[in-house]
Write a protein that binds this ligand. Structure first.
Ligand code: PMP
Length: 359
């Protein structure tokens, strides 16, 4: 049998592994910042009906421009955003790929602030964009001085400001994004995958002022639609046009568009758990603090706690108890997604059991 080593793989991909957190069938899954609440039976029925309807024309290609979906997304975003300012794709993963394909590429750089989302270097690699990452402040925050200093030093064409940031949960004040946009010609992407969980205002407020600002969002987290694969951005129509040049034709399937539109029609119901999940995360952090853990201030539906002398051992011990969390972020820290009250209770109980091992 032929192996990968025998194939003419691109030189920069040799030795690379496919990205992905473990997908394990265990009782408590708190490792990829999903929403633990599935759509209600009524919404599921409506999604099924929408797919039956879409199936009636599956012999035809779907709407390449996803016009109806983009109009629904614009209505959801508000802030005066119109459909021609919205672009949609298969998860915000694909949105980022479109942006880096259009604005990155050979000889260009994308700038991020570590620690941050572990997928960013992969988008950069795939689009042959140089990946530059600059450390955050010691408390993982970002300010305009740090960001603008890094831009001056590295001259990126794309800057990714993740707020709330994954894996730290740290948020970036609007004034910082405002000041950065006012002082650079780079495309500034505010990755707001977790924005609905945050109490800070969205960078959508700055769109009218800064034509090179992009706000990236996803339906995977707050909307509880990770399996539906829908991400989107809001920006000036010229940026949307750039994405339209690089997208694969018909990239969003008819089923995806149909399901996403049903979800958006039920935004209130699907987003109803956002407050509960935020409370769950903040409650877990309060508990962790009283138990002597270091906790990073988070504005998202997940928490970063430490310091574990051997975090892998704790991760494994939790897995042995049927609880899957994420081994990511700064050394000695573990990331926990907010689950249901019962799931969080199991986690706290397991951590309490393991406490003697922490000494
Ligand atoms: N951005 C950030 C900061 C994320 O944490 C994630 C998912 N973990 C994504 C983007 C991508 O999400 P999706 O492709 O599901 O929209």
């Amino acid at each position: 049998m032929i192996s990968l080593d025998d194939l003419p793989l691109r030189a920069d991909l040799v030795g690379e592994e496919p990205y992905g957190a473990p997908q394990l069938d265990v009782p408590v899954v708190l490792n990829v910042n999903e929403n633990p609440y599935p759509p209600s039976p009524a919404i599921r029925q409506e999604m099924a009906a929408a797919i039956v309807n879409a199936a009636g024309t599956l012999n035809r290609y779907p709407d390449r421009e996803a016009r109806a979906l983009r109009a629904d997304l614009a209505a959801y975003l508000g802030h005066g955003v119109t459909a021609d300012q919205v672009w949609a794709a298969n998860g915000s993963n694909e949105i980022m790929s479109h942006l880096l394909t259009a604005f990155g590429g050979p000889g260009r750089k994308v700038l991020t602030f570590a620690p941050t989302y572990s997928m960013y270097p992969e988008y950069a690699r795939n689009t042959c964009t140089e990946y530059v990452t600059v450390p955050r402040r010691d408390d993982y925050t970002l300010d305009a001085e740090l960001i603008l200093g890094a831009i001056a030093e590295h001259q990126p064409t794309v800057v990714l400001i993740t707020t709330p940031n994954n894996p730290t949960g740290t948020t970036v004040p609007l004034e910082v994004i405002d000041e950065v946009c006012a002082n650079t010609d780079a495309i500034v992407v505010a990755d707001e995958a977790y924005q609905e969980f945050s109490s800070r205002p969205s960078a959508l407020e700055l769109l009218a002022k800064h034509p090179r600002l992009v706000v990236s969002r996803t339906m995977s987290k707050a909307f509880a639609l990770a399996g539906g694969r829908v991400g989107y951005l809001a920006a000036t129509p010229a940026i949307v046009d750039a994405c339209r040049i690089v997208r694969l034709p018909y990239h969003l399937s008819a089923q995806t568009q149909a399901v996403a539109r049903v979800a958006l029609a039920h935004a209130d119901e699907l987003l109803a758990q956002v407050r509960a999940l935020t409370a769950e995360a903040r409650g877990f952090e309060a508990w962790a603090r009283t138990h002597g853990y270091a906790v990073v201030d988070s504005g998202a539906n997940f928490s970063l706690i430490g310091r574990f002398p051997d975090r892998h051992q704790v991760w494994q011990a939790l897995l042995d108890r049927g609880i899957l969390i994420r081994e990511t972020g700064p050394a000695g820290f573990l990331r926990v997604s907010a689950g249901t009250p019962a799931e969080m209770a199991s986690l706290k109980e397991a951590l309490t059991d393991l406490e003697p091992e922490r000494q």
